[in-house]
Write a protein that binds this ligand. Sequence first.
Ligand code: FO1
Length: 315
Amino acid sequence: MKVAALGGGVGAGRFLRGLARLVPGDDLTVIVNVGDDVRVHGLHVSPDPDSVVYWLGDAFDRERGWGRRGDTFRATEELRAFGAPDAWFSLGDLDLATHLFRTTGLADGVPLSEVTRRIAARFGVGARILPVTDDPLTTRIACRDRATGDRLDLHFQEYWVRRGGVDPVLSIRYEHAERSRPAPGVLEALAAADAIVVCPSNPAVSIGPILAVPGVREALVARRERVVGISGIVGGAPVAGMADRLLPALGVEVSAVGVAAHYREFLAAWVIDERDRDLAPAIERMGVRVGVLDTIMRDDERAEAVARAALALLG
Ligand code: FO1
């Protein structure tokens, strides 16, 4: 069985540990968000592709929620002592090696998708990890400075890490998306998949940029009968991350129904948590099949159960 999954960040990583148990090796293709990618100290940092690789390669720091387990931050501390302007973004010492390897590869003309393949191979990841595009694509957040009320236009990482996600969000845009092309293999994986899974990732800043790459949303709509998603919103709040601060800017209600409605154009089935059981009829009225179970993925066994339920909903 061939499966293509769309995602990025912690929600995806946790779930993919379970999905990869059911769909071993390169029968699983993960199409990953690159809108969070950022240049730090001249290095190309790809947080979501790295998260997925570190999760599947069992190297992720689950406690911190980003970066490599057991990492140290001596280089970042030293950069802070220099007063380096980018030192608000912490790069672990081991993680730095990933960014150096990626940046030199890109400078030598190797596409991001190929560098990502090499990084995934180093971590023994069998699944194919594909950045959605090799082209520039950046998530920008327009917001109001919480202190002054001034309008700000920020890179996602400036909004979230540098300023702590406290500024009221006005709008979200995926810069350069309209000029980007799907990376080699993305549309092919979507066309060949027996199942397409939308991970429980942030719809605004993880799934949104993926869908903004021309051709990707259309590919999902064309395969609607094979598309299942898992809600990352449980009981009206995100299980992880900041979706509650961003979804209202897209006009999306922060609930399992709100996100299902946002995806309905390409969604055949939707997995929700048992705490949201009452929402099932409203989702079914949109023509979307619903699976209800405990979706809190405390460990890989739970993640596998959620993945199994999602695939079963497609029949
Ligand atoms: N998140 C933070 O809250 N603070 C950081 O300093 C930080 C550094 C960082 C470095 C590499 C990386 O891959 C991720 C990093 N993150 C950090 C997480 C990241 O900002 C976001 O959580 C993701 O982009 C959202 O998916």
